[in-house]
Structures are given as C-alpha cells and as structure tokens.
Design a protein around this ligand. Structure first.
Ligand code: HEC
Length: 246
C-alpha cells in the first residue's frame, strides 16, 4: 500500500511554518471581508451590507447614474460637505450642461477627486478631469463595467488559487474519511469560480446577487474549516494506530 504523508510525518519546523501561514491567511481573509463591507455597504441608502448593496454593485440602478451612485456610496466621503453632493446632483438633474459643469462642478472634482481619478494617478479609474469624461458617468448606472470586472476577476483568480492551493496542501495531511477529503479540497475552488461567474450574471440579471453572496460565503466557510481542522490535527490530535495485518 502506498504511504501518503500525514500530519505525524511533518517536522515541528514544518508545522510552525504551516501554522504561521494559516494564521496569516485567516487574518488576511478577515481583512478582505472588512474591505468588502466598507466598499459595498450602504449603497442602497441603508447602512450595513445587504444583498441589495451587492445587486447595485454589479447590476447598478438603471434609473440612477454612476456618478450619483458613487457619491451616495463609498465616494461620498471624499467630498467636503453634503452641499457639494447636492450641487453635483442638481447639475445632473438639469441635464448636465458644459457651462454649468465648468463653473460649479469642475472645481469640486478638481479639489476632491482627481488625485485618484486622472490618468496621471495610474490607478486605472475613470478620469474626472474633463467634461466629456464626467458626462459619460452621468448616463444611467449599469453597475460595474465589464472592464473593471475583468480586472478584479484576474487578480482574484490568480491570488486566490495560490491561497486555496497551499491551504489545501496542508489540509490534505489531515486524517478523515477519504471521500470527505476529496470533496473538501475541491469545494473552495468551485465556490470562487461560481462567485466570479455570478458577478457577470448579476450584471445582467440582478437576482444573481444571492448567488454572489452564497458562493462567497461557501468559499469563506470551507476555507475556515480547512484552516481550523488543519491546525487542530497538527497540534492536538493523535491518530489511532491501525493494527498491522499479518
Ligand atoms: C483616494 C482615491 C480616490 C478619491 C479621492 C476618489 N475616488 Fe472615486 N474611486 C476610487 C476607487 C479605488 C474606485 C474603484 C473602487 C470602487 O468602486 O469602490 C473609485 C470609483 C469611483 C466611481 C465608480 C466608477 C465606476 O466604474 O462606476 C466613481 C463615479 C467615482 N469613484 C467618483 C469619485 C468622485 C466624484 C470623487 C470625488 C468626490 C472620487 N471618486 C474620489 C478612488 C478614489
């Protein structure tokens, strides 16, 4: 019978390395959740993260504009006072003329937004430096652009594949029924693929926001289980010795 490596085969140094890695990844994941909370909460006007916020992120609010949506969401904090938001909203409401843009809106954007939203910033964000650029964002809000989804998808897939692979390699050293392990190592990969595909689906059909949330949760839970079971078996678990068959 072939011998597969188990936790008991790992040296103490290897276990320390694995433990530090798992703790760091776990913390990183918690910060990712906090980031998600801060960037998407309150988009629907109600504080706190909800499925509706996710819907607005990907599908948009077709009766609203991207500029207005951004200012009601995470971008609002960049303004100095609510009066400025009103000035911009009034300008959009009156049809967004170039004259009014130059006299009232451009000074606000120059002061508060273009540090990040200009081609010089190198952040790849929509520029807010000219009338035409800003005018485009006052058309109705169709959620995240394909370009921005593609950018986030490739970063996520590359980054998360590494995390899941290394956590999974450690988890494989645990003792458990073999079918359970085979399923458990595949689940988080399945979940992240489904999560990312459902971003695109939500862009077209807002009801898919539920799938975004559920698959994201499934990835988080399955990753957490792998981390906790690995840490437990690494340090606190003594496997039963199978009697040697003669
Ligand atoms: C510190 C950098 C920074 C500043 C300052 C900033 N933004 Fe942003 N903005 C971002 C980032 C990063 C994103 C993309 C992430 C997101 O959507 O939350 C973004 C996204 C946006 C979007 C959404 C673009 C889209 O694809 O729909 C709009 C509109 C926007 N900002 C407008 C503004 C306005 C208006 C201001 C000034 C009041 C402003 N931003 C100030 C960093 C900044």
């Amino acid at each position: 019978m072939p011998h597969y490596r188990r936790m008991t085969d790992a040296s103490i140094s290897e276990k320390i390395l694995d433990t530090m890695f798992l703790i760091t990844i776990g913390l990183g994941y918690l910060f990712a959740l906090a980031h998600l909370y801060y960037s998407d909460q309150g988009r629907d006007g109600i504080p706190g993260l909800s499925v509706d916020d996710i819907k607005i992120t990907y599908y948009g609010e077709h009766q609203k504009t991207r500029l207005g949506a951004a200012l009601n969401g995470a971008m609002g904090v960049n303004l100095e006072n609510p009066g400025q938001k009103q000035t911009i909203a009034d300008w959009i409401g009156r049809g967004g003329s170039e004259n009014e843009f130059n006299s009232t809106v451009a000074p606000i954007l120059n002061q508060n937004c273009i540090v990040c939203h200009s081609s010089e910033s190198g952040m790849g964000l929509p520029p807010l430096t000219s009338y035409n650029d800003v005018k485009k964002l006052t058309e109705s809000d169709h959620g995240a652009s394909i370009q921005s989804l593609v950018r986030v998808s490739h970063i996520h897939l590359f980054g998360i594949a590494f995390i899941l692979f290394f956590v999974g390699r450690i988890f494989i050293l645990c003792e458990m029924p073999v079918m359970l392990k085979r399923i458990a190592v595949a689940v988080p990969f399945f979940a992240i693929l489904l999560d990312i595909l459902s971003w695109y689906a939500t862009r077209l059909i807002p009801e898919f926001a539920v799938v975004v949330v559920l698959s994201g949760a499934l990835m988080g839970i399955s990753l957490a289980i792998q981390i906790f079971v690995s840490l437990y078996q690494m340090w606190f678990y003594t496997p039963k010795i199978e009697p040697i068959e003669m």
